[in-house]
Each structure stands twice: as C-alpha cells, then as structure tokens.
Design a protein around this ligand. Structure first.
Ligand SMILES: Cc1cc2nc3c(=O)[nH]c(=O)nc-3n(C[C@H](O)[C@H](O)[C@H](O)COP(=O)(O)OP(=O)(O)OC[C@H]3O[C@@H](n4cnc5c(N)ncnc54)[C@H](O)[C@@H]3O)c2cc1C
Length: 571
C-alpha cells in the first residue's frame, strides 16, 4: 500500500520551513537530552531526520492499516456494553499499531516517555491519520489532553498520568452538556470538595463527548457553589480506574462513525483538581480548545486531501462523450480550485502550528528559568499570532474541507452518491469539522479580534514586506489591492458600528471581514510557498484570483449596507 507521508511531497515541503531551525533550537535547548537518552537528537539535522523517519512510520501505518480499516469501521462502529465503550475491530487494531510504534504522546518530553516532538511534525502526523480515517483521528488526537496536563498540572499529576500515554492510554475532553454547547459558561456538572477526605467528587451529565470512556478525562465542572458564569468553573482529571462514570449511550451519527460520541453520567466520581480553582474555563479549557482546534484543522486538511485524491482519480478514469471527464473545463476547474483550497489550508495549518510551537517552547522554558527581555517579547509576539491564527485556520480549513468533499462527490456524480466509493464516507466525515471545537460562527467570534485590534493587518504588512520571487511581483500587487479593500471595509464597518449603542453591525459583517483577512493571508502564504518551490504557482495564482473576487464582492456588500438594514434580516 501507499505510504501516506512519502506519496505526498507537500508534507516534507512544510516540514522543511526555515522557521524550523528556531523551533528545534527552542524545543531541544542546546540538545541537552542527548547525554540522557540515546534516541535524543544530536543537532538540528539529526532532529529533522528523526521527524522525517517517524513520519515515514506514521505514513506506513496509515497506508497499510488505518486506511484499509476505515470502511469496516464505518460499517461496524463502536458499541456500549455494560456501560463501557467497545471500539470497532479496526479501531482497536489502529490504536494498537500506533501505540506499538511509540506514536502516542509524541509531543511530550522524554522524561514522560514522549518523543519531545514540536507541534509541526505532531500536526503532520494528525493530518496523515485523518487522511486515512477522519473518525479514528479523534481517538488518536485526544492525546492533546496530555499536552494540557503537561502545561498546567502539578509535578505529581504529570508523573502519574503522562507516562501512561506512551503505553497507549486514551483520553477525553468532557466539556459539553445538554444546556452548555457553544456557551460553556453554562456548564453545570457539579464538583464538590470533601475536606475530611481531601477529595473532589463530580456529579452530573455530559453529552457529545468523543471517546468519553477514555482512560484519562479532563472535565470542566462547577466548583463554586452559587455561581452561574465561567468564573465558577474548574478543571479536573478523572481516571477511568474509578469506574464512577457510566456511558449511557453512544450517539447515532452521520459521519466519523468509528469515533464514539458518548453521553456520560458522573456519580460521585473522584477527581483531581488541575491548577487553580476558577481558572478552568478562562485559562485551561481555552488552551485545550486551541490545541484541539489545531487538531481539527489537521483533520480537515487530511480529509480534504483524501477527497481531492478520490476526485482526481475518478476524473481521470471516468469517460463520457468519448473522453475522460477531466478534460472538460467544468471538471478541471473544480479540481484546480479544490487543489488551491487544499494547499491554502495546509499552508495556514503549518504557519499556525509554527506560531504555536515558538510560544509554547518559550512557555515551557519559562517554567525552568526566567526569560530575558527579548525572549519575553518574542513569546508575546508568537502567542498573539497563534491566538488570532488558530480560529482563522479552523474556520477556513473546515469550510474548505466541506467544499472540497462536496465538489469531489459532484465529480463522481451518481456513483459518488452510492456507498461504492469512499467519497460518500468522506463527505459525511467532513461535515463535523466546522461544527465541533466551536462552530464556524464561534471561530468568527474569536477571530474578529484579529480584525479589530489590527493583528491581521499587522501580519499582512509583514508578509507584504517579505522577500518574494520578483517574477510574481504582480501577485503581490494584487494582494496589496485586496488589502486596501479590506482596510476600507474595516473602516466603513467601524464607523457605522460606532453610531450605535451595540455591536450588531460589526457582528453582522464579522464573517465577511475575517474571511477578507483570511484570503489575503493565505494568498501571501501561497506566494511565499511559490517563492520556495514553483510547484505551488498554479494554486497561488488561482487562489489569489478567487480571493480577489471574494474581497471585492464583500466590500461591495459592506458599502451598500446600513445600520437600519439589520431590521430586514431580524426574525
Ligand atoms: C460528533 C461530535 C463530537 C463532539 N465531541 C465533543 C467532545 O469530545 N467534547 C466536548 O466537550 N464536546 C464535544 N462535542 C460538542 C461540540 O463541541 C458542540 O456540539 C459544539 O460546540 C456546538 O454546540 P451545540 O451543538 O450545543 O450548538 P449550539 O451552541 O446550540 O449552536 C447552535 C447554532 O447557534 C450558533 N451560535 C451559538 N452561539 C452563537 C454565537 N454567540 N454567535 C453566533 N452563532 C452562535 C452556532 O454556530 C450554531 O449554528 C461534540 C459534538 C459532536 C457533534
């Protein structure tokens, strides 16, 4: 079978980005682990070689095991037996193969039996697994919870829980409840402290919890009696060994069937507080969700890659009117647009991953020693970028994933509507990406700060000033024109918004403004990619054309819009 890493040159291209030198240096701290662990890298080249070789193993497992299992898992699905989840046979096989290969807990430090991988190669592994089976990617990807434990838990908790991941422990992230979906401030699951036992207990219900029967769960619960907002919430670790959480049911879903979505009942479930009380939602869940949003970004790109490949293969093979359908402009245009969106999504995925890598590495260094002034400023810069790029990535990658899967099915036409081709499953799997970890509308709520604070514009200006291939100066000129239109749109919305005593006008146009910034940012990213490798030229050209038309139409819409128009839309 195919090796999903080796058969895709784009992975190595992004792995070899110039910023990796800085990331590896920060992550490996002068390669001090080399004297303690025989598998720790000796220098930059050695580290890069180890990422490359590990991703090759991931690619092989994806091609040989996970992808061939995907259809069977989709048909079989998980079950609940005696309040516990039993995975589909293929899911259990996939998990065992990745555990045996040492691929759980990849980003954890070596002292916890991890590989100390930066986020970039870890996210690449997530992309590969998602291309093989988007549903299984959730079970594997929930190792993100280990990263949150590593960041915020006590020394004792880290020593207790983190080494279990390398041995194959699975995790869950228990946030959502029947009345607390997008609005997590409404969480009600009760955490009660028993002072005589020095023990917390959890009682209540969670719903829609992926892999809810996992070994280690991070649970958001109300620890402060009498409160009703986010300030009364804390985060807890629940260990499955207590057997105090029952899986009441698994949801019957449209897609990602292999990923068990559970309704959970907590009955006096013993739990450990993570970090400080009241910081559960404000600090820890925000960090956990940002990691998970990056994971859904990777999942979206992986599913989109699979869907694009299916569409391309079918278009070459299917003949109508005496020729392969790929020869019709209507079909090849669809495929080229799909490829451009895929390349743009992947570029913003790895750009965001690099930003997260730099600031997280500084964060961990700051736990060991104090950072100097320059380091502090650098950390702040990358943290701000990560904060505004994460929702932008999640929004675009998930929406593009759906569009790519939709168009791929359209290329398959009637055959795609049948269960005979994988595209039917891929369309169903794609649909969740713009819903969980915050819907697209909630990503806009987070991303609009990037517009109003000028953070996107600041980064656009940095890209604008960077060294780009002079041959493609005309594309920079187009992107500059798009930026001028974006600035005009922001000014117009701000001016009208300021005339009201509410923010409805800004909220009404928020998605348009965020998308305008996104098209410009991804246009520059593809132009930077084209400067490094000409193979991205077509995608860049097509994406910038697409973006130019979008930005112009959004500006027109905003220019013709007035405050009183909101009344037309209000229901
Ligand atoms: C398959 C699956 C797996 C999941 N896994 C997990 C998991 O592992 N852990 C977990 O904790 N949760 C999980 N969830 C829950 C998921 O994160 C929520 O479903 C999601 O955040 C949306 O919440 P909701 O479904 O209650 O929708 P609602 O919050 O009711 O939203 C309904 C609609 O209103 C819109 N809306 C709501 N608020 C606003 C606003 N302020 N501005 C604009 N629009 C708004 C939404 O965009 C949406 O269109 C999972 C869900 C599914 C379907």
């Amino acid at each position: 079978m195919a090796n999903f890493y080796r058969d895709n040159e784009d992975m190595k291209f992004h792995l070899e980005h110039p910023l990796m030198k800085k990331i590896v240096a920060l992550k490996e701290r002068n390669f001090e682990d080399k004297d303690k662990y025989d598998y720790a890298p000796l220098d930059f080249e050695d580290a890069m070689d180890s990422y490359d070789r590990t991703l090759e193993i991931v690619g092989e497992i994806c091609g040989d095991i996970i992808a061939p299992n995907a259809e069977g898992v989709d048909q079989e699905g998980p079950q609940v037996v005696n309040d516990r989840v039993i995975y589909a046979k293929g899911t259990a096989e996939n998990h065992e193969a990745l555990t045996k290969a040492g691929l759980i807990g990849m980003s954890l430090p070596r002292e916890y039996d991890g590989l100390n991988f930066p986020i970039v190669p870890y996210v690449m592994a997530a992309e590969l697994v998602s291309r093989a089976d988007g549903g299984f990617a959730n079970i594997w990807g929930l190792q993100d919870c280990a990263e949150t434990i590593h960041e915020f838990a006590s020394k004792e908790q880290k020593a207790e829980y983190l080494p279990r991941f390398a041995k194959g422990a699975t995790a869950a992230m228990d946030l959502t409840e029947p009345d607390a979906g997008s609005d997590l401030q409404a969480v009600q699951l009760k955490a009660t402290y028993n002072a005589s036992e020095d023990q917390w207990y959890l009682n209540g219900v969670k719903r829609f919890i992926t892999n809810g029967d996992g070994d280690v769960s991070l649970v958001l619960a109300r620890s402060e009696e009498g409160t009703s907002d986010g300030r009364g919430l804390s985060m807890f670790i629940y260990d499955k060994k207590h057997m105090a959480v029952k899986v009441r049911r698994i949801e019957h879903k449209m897609g990602i069937i292999g990923s068990p979505t559970c309704e959970l009942v907590f009955t006096n479930a013993p739990a450990e507080l993570v970090g400080s009380r009241k910081m559960g939602l404000i600090k820890y869940v925000m960090s956990l969700m940002n990691g998970a949003r990056l994971g859904v970004g990777a999942q979206s790109v992986g599913i989109a890659e699979a869907a694009y490949r299916e569409g391309l293969a079918y278009a070459k093979e299917r003949r109508q009117f005496g020729k392969a359908i790929i020869e019709f402009p209507a079909v090849y245009e669809m495929l080229t647009n799909m490829e451009a969106k895929l390349n743009a999504s992947r570029s913003v995925l790895y750009e965001t991953s690099r930003f997260v890598d730099v600031y997280k590495a500084y964060f961990h260094i700051s736990q060991e020693r104090s950072l100097d002034k320059d380091e502090k400023m650098d950390m702040k810069k990358y943290q701000k970028l990560a904060d505004v790029f994460t929702p932008l990535l999640k929004l675009f990658a998930s929406e593009f994933c759906n569009e790519i899967a939709y168009d791929s099915l359209q290329i398959h036409a009637g055959s795609g509507y049948m269960k005979d081709y994988p595209i039917e499953r891929l369309v169903r799997d794609a649909r969740i990406t713009n819903i969980y970890e915050g819907t697209t509308q909630l990503q806009v709520v987070a991303a609009i700060r990037g517009v109003t604070t000028g953070a996107y514009l600041g980064q656009i200006k940095e890209y604008e000033a960077s060294e780009l291939n002079p041959q493609y100066e005309y594309l920079r000129t187009t992107l500059k024109g798009m930026t001028a239109r974006y600035e005009e749109a922001v000014t117009k919305v701000n001016e009208i918004n300021a005339t009201a005593d509410h923010n409805d006008f800004l909220d009404f146009h928020a998605r348009r403004l965020v998308e305008m910034a996104g098209y410009i940012i991804m246009g520059y990213l593809l132009l930077t990619d084209t400067t490094r490798n000409d193979k991205y030229h077509a995608s860049c050209e097509v994406f910038v054309k697409m973006g130019k038309a979008k930005v112009a139409s959004y500006l027109e819409y905003i220019k013709s819009s007035e405050l009183k128009d909101l009344g037309i839309f209000k229901k």
